[in-house]
Each structure stands twice: as structure tokens, then as C-alpha cells.
Design a protein around this ligand. Structure first.
Ligand SMILES: [Zn+2]
Length: 510
């Protein structure tokens, strides 16, 4: 590369930085990038810059990338599905890795409720200056059928710049990265300012033996920490390979299923009566369709919108500013709520997802039932939402029940509620900003609320604030977690390995 190229790139990066800071709304991935005329040059420069940044991997970085890749392949090829897989096999394999790297047996535990669902917990001792940090990752994966996939989901395959296999993006990549990072730290004799505990666990994707929940209930002392870093979320969001922003899921909504049931004595369909289970259920669902839960922001979503407001322009920026006022501007909230992501960020949502009813074409229905899936803002209990649904429906003939994880229907919702998040922690965000500035110059770091759910629900509920942080880059148009031909970019994984070491070191050094 000559100096001219470097100079050209410098200018383009400045422009890029400027456009990120000034022109591009946070939700650029939902709109289109501005500054299109710079794109070709920018693409070239980002490619050059990326290779400049990626190239000088030190021998230690190279070794860690290789180790992470070995672990990655090994984990992908151990089937850890709920149906026929075995999480204990993966935990045992990781135990061997940690023993080989010099961790004493006393710092590694493989434990759980049954033989197939054992978790692994390993500890790297620190100076004890601060309370430990806990890293979590799930070892189980979603089911994958060979006939649905182009390749064997349980064979690790590198092809066209990607690694393929079930769990390559959710989340054996993260398990491998965290394990390799801890092993590198151990080998280097690194003494963090707090213990680093790594727990890799069962049944995040389903099944009845959630490992994080089990550890919190049964062995709290083993995983007790000041805060938690979960590799099952966050990361560098990109548009066709171009990094846009670093997302950190710093809180999440609570998941809840509710079942609406209308019943009737039924009868012959040639003699209809006014009371009809299907119509009653339909009316109830219409009420829910038109109900908007109240607008609310918490520490994390407020921080997210404050940063977004600074990066936006025009009407969108004005709406964000108006929405952030106390009290919020109702019209601005309504306009912003037209976007499904903003709507779900600012409100609890409940939506009908399944429907059954009737038993014969020529009979009045004796029963009609619907599932309503809710994503609940932090701080509200499942029972609170059940009572709200009852009130919104306003028809005592329609029963509203809470559906437990095991499908059992309960007349009373669980008191489980999402944990209201504290403000973004400096110990996490300061080092993160630094590493991001070095590895992805110019992209913003944004604390977000995940509208989905992870194992953070258990650690947050246990009073351990949880942040989803990952240095892997993923394209907004190529999210294949839970789907067929799941994959992660080769370069994304390698840089994710480099990132995690720098980040975790930053978090655990004063
Ligand atoms: Zn996951």
C-alpha cells in the first residue's frame, strides 16, 4: 500500500466518521445509508483498513485464534440438541481443555440436575480487589434436521469465507471465544483485578434444565458476581459487510405466553345462538389488537435514544428529542411507534400467535382458544400483564391464563418480572468504547434492550446486571441463528477472538 492510498483512506474515514456522527440515524439499518457517493471509496478503504487492523495479529493472537477455532469445531461436532444431544459431553470436553491449559481441578466443576444436562463452571483467580465478573454462554443448540440443511449441521465446515454448522452463530462461537480467552489469560499468568468465572450451560433454547437458572438456585456461591457478560447477543451490526454500530444488549424484555379460552355448550349449527365461543374469542382478540400498553423508558432505553437523538437529523431527531422530554410528547411517541422496533422498545407488546377452535364443520363451537405472546418491559410481573389482558378484554366469559414453560396453564400468572436495569456500567462501557475505537474506528457503541430473551433473564433477576457483549460482526440481512445453514464469517470470528481478549482485559484491569 502506498502513501496515496493511506491519505485517501484517511479522508474517507473522516467523512465516514462524520457521516456516522451527523447524518445517519441509529436505525440506519432500517433506512438507507446516506453519503452514497462515498460508498465505493469507503468500501475500498474499509477493506484496506480492516486488513491493516486484522493483519498484525501477534503470535499470541494467532495462537488464540487457532485454539478458539479448534474448540469451535469440536463443540459444533458434539450434538447438544435437547432431543438427542448431550450437553454433558460438551462440558466434559471443555473440562479437558481447561485442565490441559493448567487450570487446577479444584477450579473446574461439571455439574447439573441430570446426566445429559451438566454445565461447566471454571474460575480464573484474580487479585480479589473487586467482586468477580461472570461470563455466561449456553452450550445447547436448537434442533437441526439434516434434510433441511445444505450441509450436515453437525459437521463443522469452512466454505466461501464462512463457518457452517448448528451453533456457529448461536452460540458455540461465543463459547469457543470465551474459553480460548480464558486459556490465553491463564497461560500468560494474567492476574485480573477480580475473579473471572466462566459458566457454559444447558437448555437456553428449551428443555427443562436451564443451566443458569439451576446454578443460581443451587450453587449461587459458585457463580456469584458483581455483573455478568453474556456472549449470546450484542456485536457489530453491519450492512453488507460495513460495520455500523456496536450493540450491547444491556437489558431485555420478559417473555410471557397467555392463553385465552372461550367455552360454550355448543349445539347444532343449523340453530345458532347469540353466544358463540369463536365470536367471543374473536372479540377478545380485537380488543387486544387495539390496545397499546403505556409508553415507558428505562435507564438503558433512555441512554439508547439519547445517543440516537444525537446521531439523527431532521424530523426524526426532533421526534426523538420530544419523546425524551418529561412528560413525553404524545404525538412524537405515536409517530415513532409506527416502527416495529421502536414500538417494541417503548411498550410492552402482546400479540395473538396461535388459534384453535371448534370440533366439526356442522357444530357450534364448544371451545375456542388463542395464544397471546407478550414481550414485557422490565419491572412488570407476568401476573400484572395477565390482569391487564383480563381488563382489556372486559368479558368474564373469556378466561385468561398464563402458560408456563412446560405448557401448563395457570389461573394466576407467575410473579416473575424483568429486572429494571441500572444505568450503563462504566466498568463495561469504558473499556468497550476504547476497544471499539481501535478495532472499528468511528462506529458508535449503543446500549440496547433486547426485545427477545436470553439467559440474562435469570442473572438479572438474581441481581447481577447482565450485558450481552460480542466482538463478532453480523450482517443485518444474514441472521441465521435457529435457521438453516447457520453460519458465521471467518474474519468475523477471528476478530471476535481478538476483541474479546482486549475487552475482557480492559474490564478486569484498573
Ligand atoms: Zn443463544
Amino acid at each position: 500500500m502506498d502513501l496515496g492510498t493511506l491519505g485517501f483512506c484517511g479522508v474517507n474515514l473522516l467523512v465516514f466518521t462524520f457521516s456516522v456522527r451527523r447524518n445517519i440515524p441509529l436505525h440506519v439499518w432500517r433506512t438507507n445509508l446516506g453519503s452514497r457517493k462515498w460508498c465505493v471509496g469507503l468500501f475500498f478503504c474499509l477493506t484496506v483498513t480492516a486488513s491493516m487492523l486484522a493483519q498484525p495479529a501477534s503470535p499470541a493472537e494467532e495462537a488464540t485464534r487457532k485454539l478458539a477455532l479448534d474448540i469451535f469445531k469440536q463443540l459444533i461436532e458434539i450434538n447438544t440438541t435437547d432431543s438427542v444431544g448431550n450437553v454433558t459431553t460438551a462440558s466434559d470436553a471443555m473440562k479437558q481443555r481447561f485442565l490441559a491449559a493448567g487450570f487446577p481441578e479444584s477450579d473446574i466443576e461439571v455439574l447439573g440436575p441430570n446426566d445429559r444436562k451438566k454445565n461447566i463452571v471454571v474460575r480464573l483467580h484474580g487479585s480479589g480487589k473487586h467482586k468477580p465478573v461472570l461470563l455466561i454462554g449456553h452450550l445447547d443448540v436448537v434442533e437441526a434436521r439434516r434434510e433441511d440443511w445444505t450441509t450436515d449441521p453437525f459437521q463443522f465446515l469452512e466454505k466461501d469465507g464462512y463457518y457452517y454448522g448448528r451453533g456457529t452463530s448461536d452460540m458455540k462461537d461465543g463459547d469457543a471465544i470465551m474459553s480460548a480467552t480464558l486459556i490465553r489469560m491463564k497461560k500468560e499468568g494474567y492476574v485480573p483485578n477480580r475473579d473471572i468465572i466462566l459458566a457454559m450451560t444447558a437448555d437456553e433454547e428449551g428443555g427443562g434444565s436451564n443451566g443458569v437458572s439451576w446454578l443460581v438456585k443451587n450453587r449461587r456461591e459458585l457463580i456469584d458476581a458483581e455483573f455478568v457478560l453474556n456472549h449470546d447477543g450484542g456485536g457489530v451490526l453491519a450492512d453488507h459487510g460495513k460495520p455500523l454500530l456496536m450493540e450491547v444488549d444491556a437489558t431485555e424484555k420478559l417473555y410471557g405466553d397467555f392463553v385465552l379460552t372461550a367455552t360454550n355448550s355448543g349445539g347444532h349449527s343449523s340453530l345458532p345462538r347469540p353466544e358463540n365461543a369463536i365470536y367471543e374469542l374473536a372479540d377478545a382478540l380485537t380488543q387486544i389488537q387495539h390496545y397499546q400498553f403505556p409508553f415507558e423508558l428505562n435507564n438503558i432505553t433512555r441512554a439508547y435514544y439519547e445517543r440516537q437523538a444525537k446521531m439523527s437529523t431532521g424530523e426524526h431527531a426532533a421526534d426523538l428529542q420530544a419523546m425524551l422530554q418529561t412528560p413525553p410528547d404524545k404525538d412524537a411517541v405515536a409517530r415513532l411507534s409506527k416502527d416495529p422496533v421502536d414500538n417494541s422498545t417503548m411498550h410492552t407488546t402482546c400479540v395473538a400467535t396461535r388459534l384453535t377452535g371448534g370440533h366439526a364443520n356442522n357444530a357450534l363451537p364448544q371451545m375456542a382458544q388463542a395464544n397471546v405472546n407478550c414481550r414485557i418491559e422490565p419491572g412488570h410481573s407476568l401476573e400484572e400483564i395477565r390482569l391487564t389482558l383480563e381488563k382489556v378484554i372486559g368479558d368474564p366469559k373469556v378466561k385468561v391464563q398464563f402458560r408456563e414453560n412446560n405448557d401448563e396453564l395457570m389461573d394466576h400468572g407467575s410473579d416473575r418480572h424483568g429486572y429494571v436495569p441500572p444505568a450503563p456500567r462504566k466498568e463495561v462501557f469504558d473499556p468497550l468504547e476504547k476497544v471499539v475505537a481501535a478495532m472499528w474506528p468511528g462506529i458508535p457503541v449503543l446500549p440496547t434492550m433486547s426485545t427477545g430473551a436470553t439467559d440474562g433473564v435469570y442473572t438479572n433477576a438474581a441481581g447481577m446486571p447482565t450485558y450481552c457483549v460480542s466482538g463478532e460482526q453480523y450482517d443485518r440481512d444474514d441472521i441465521r441463528a435457529h435457521g438453516k445453514d447457520e453460519r458465521i464469517g471467518v474474519e468475523s470470528f477471528a476478530r471476535g477472538v481478538d476483541f474479546y481478549y482486549l475487552f475482557l482485559k480492559g474490564v478486569t484491569t484498573d
